[in-house]
Design a protein around this ligand. Structure first.
Ligand SMILES: C[S@@+](CC[C@H](N)C(=O)[O-])C[C@H]1O[C@@H](n2cnc3c(N)ncnc32)[C@H](O)[C@@H]1O
Length: 343
C-alpha cells in the first residue's frame, strides 16, 4: 500500500515513512500499523475515556454483523438524499487541472465516499471505529484505492495543509461537542477556494423542548441549531455560498402536521433552496429536515494546536470474514442508486 504524499502524522502533521508493517512517524516516534487495508492511527490522550465510550456505541450501532440489515435499509432510504447533496456539490468543486480530491470525516462504512468517488472525486476517509470502516471494504472503486481509509479521530485528520478541494461532513458534526474546531480543521486541509459541504440534522425548538423530558440516549450526540453551525463555519474562514433544507421520509405525524410540513416543503425549489419565511420558521420551530451548507474557503486562519495522542490498536478490529458477508449487498444497492448522479 502506498500513501499519497500529503498523508501525514495526525499528531505532528510531519511526514510518514513506509515500513513493512505500517507507517512510521519519526516526529511522534510512533508506528501506524496497516491491517486489512486500514491504517490505524490515533486520538488525543486527554479524550481516551470519551473516545472509548463512543467507539463502543458506534461499534454496536453500525460495526457488527447483527446490524447489517438495518444499515442496508438506512442506506437504501437515504441514498437519494445523499445523491441530491453530491449533485449540488459537484459543480462547485474544481480540481486545479487534476481529479478533485475529497475528504469525508466521520464516514462510517464509507458509502457516501463511494458515491463521491463515483461522482468523479479522488476520495480519502476518516472514522475512528475500525469495524464500521471494515464493513465498507467491499465498496471498491478506482478513486478509492489503497491507503485511503484511516482509523483516526476525524477531528485531527492526517492530511497536510491545503491538500483537499472538498471536505464533506455528512451526519458527523453532531458527534463532536466543539464543532467550531472541526470547521477550522476543514479550513486547514482545504486549499484556498476549496469547498466545505455539510449535511446535518439540527436541533429545532420542538426537539429542544422534547429532550427536556426525553434526553437523547446517544451519549456522543451534540445537536445544535442551524444558526450556530452557520456562525461557526463563517468564523472558521468560510463564505457560505449555499444553504438548503432537505426533508426525508414522513414519519408518524398527524394529518395537520403533515399538511403544514407540505406547505413548508412546497416553497423549496432550486432557485429558493431555503424556501420562504414559512419554510424557515417551520425548520427552526418544528425541524425534521437536514441542513445543507456549502461554504467556500476564503482565507487562512490560526491552526488548532495538536494534542498528544494515543495509538488506536488494530485489535479494535474484531470482525471476521463471515461477519462481513451480510454486507455483500451494499455495492449493488449503491450502484443502483448512483444512476441518479449527474455525470
Ligand atoms: C451518524 S454516522 C455517519 C456516517 C456516514 N457519514 C453517513 O452519513 O452514514 C457518524 C460517524 O462518525 C463517527 N465518529 C464519531 N465521532 C468521531 C470522531 N471523533 N472521530 C472519527 N469518527 C467519529 C462514528 O464512528 C460514525 O461512523
Amino acid at each position: 500500500m502506498e500513501l499519497a504524499p500529503f498523508v501525514v502524522c495526525p499528531e505532528t502533521l510531519g511526514p510518514l515513512e513506509a515500513r513493512d508493517d505500517g507507517y512510521w512517524s519519526p516526529r511522534a516516534e510512533r508506528l501506524y500499523p496497516v491491517r486489512e487495508g486500514l491504517v490505524f492511527m490515533a486520538y488525543p490522550q486527554r479524550d481516551a475515556a470519551m473516545i472509548a465510550e463512543t467507539m463502543e456505541e458506534e461499534h454496536d450501532w453500525q460495526g457488527s454483523a447483527d446490524v447489517a440489515a438495518r444499515n442496508l435499509e438506512y442506506v437504501r432510504a437515504n441514498a437519494p438524499r445523499a445523491i441530491d447533496f453530491i449533485n449540488m456539490v459537484r459543480p462547485l468543486v474544481a480540481g486545479d487541472g487534476r481529479c478533485p480530491r475529497a475528504l469525508e470525516l466521520g464516514c462510517g462504512n464509507g458509502w457516501v465516499s463511494w458515491l463521491l468517488a463515483e461522482a468523479g472525486f479522488e476520495v480519502w476517509m476518516c472514522d475512528f471505529e475500525s469495524n464500521s470502516l471494515a464493513t465498507g471494504l467491499n465498496l471498491v472503486h478506482p478513486n478509492l484505492g489503497d491507503g485511503r481509509r484511516f482509523v483516526v479521530d476525524a477531528r485531527y485528520p492526517p492530511i497536510a495543509d491545503g491538500s483537499m478541494d472538498l471536505v464533506v461532513f455528512k451526519e458527523f458534526v453532531h458527534h463532536v461537542s466543539d464543532h467550531g474546531s472541526l470547521f477550522r480543521e476543514a479550513n486547514r486541509v482545504l486549499r484556498r477556494g476549496g469547498l466545505l459541504a455539510l449535511m446535518e440534522p439540527v436541533r429545532s425548538v420542538r426537539q429542544a423542548i422534547y429532550e427536556v423530558r426525553h434526553p437523547d440516549p446517544h451519549k456522543g450526540h451534540h445537536l445544535t441549531s442551524a444558526r450556530n453551525y452557520l456562525h461557526s463555519i463563517r468564523a472558521a474562514g468560510f463564505e457560505v455560498i449555499r444553504q438548503a433544507y432537505v426533508y426525508g421520509e414522513r414519519s408518524g405525524q398527524g394529518r395537520l402536521a403533515a399538511r403544514i410540513r407540505e406547505r413548508a416543503v412546497s416553497a423549496i425549489d432550486s432557485s429558493h433552496p431555503t424556501g420562504d419565511w414559512f419554510t424557515r420558521a417551520h425548520f427552526h420551530l418544528v425541524g425534521g429536515a437536514q441542513l445543507i451548507v456549502m461554504a467556500r474557503k476564503e482565507g487562512e486562519i490560526e491552526p488548532l494546536e495538536r494534542p498528544p495522542m494515543t495509538a488506536i490498536s488494530p485489535d479494535t478490529l474484531d470482525l471476521e470474514d463471515q461477519d462481513l458477508r451480510p454486507y455483500d449487498e451494499f455495492p449493488a444497492v449503491l450502484t443502483e442508486a448512483a444512476a441518479r448522479l449527474d455525470r
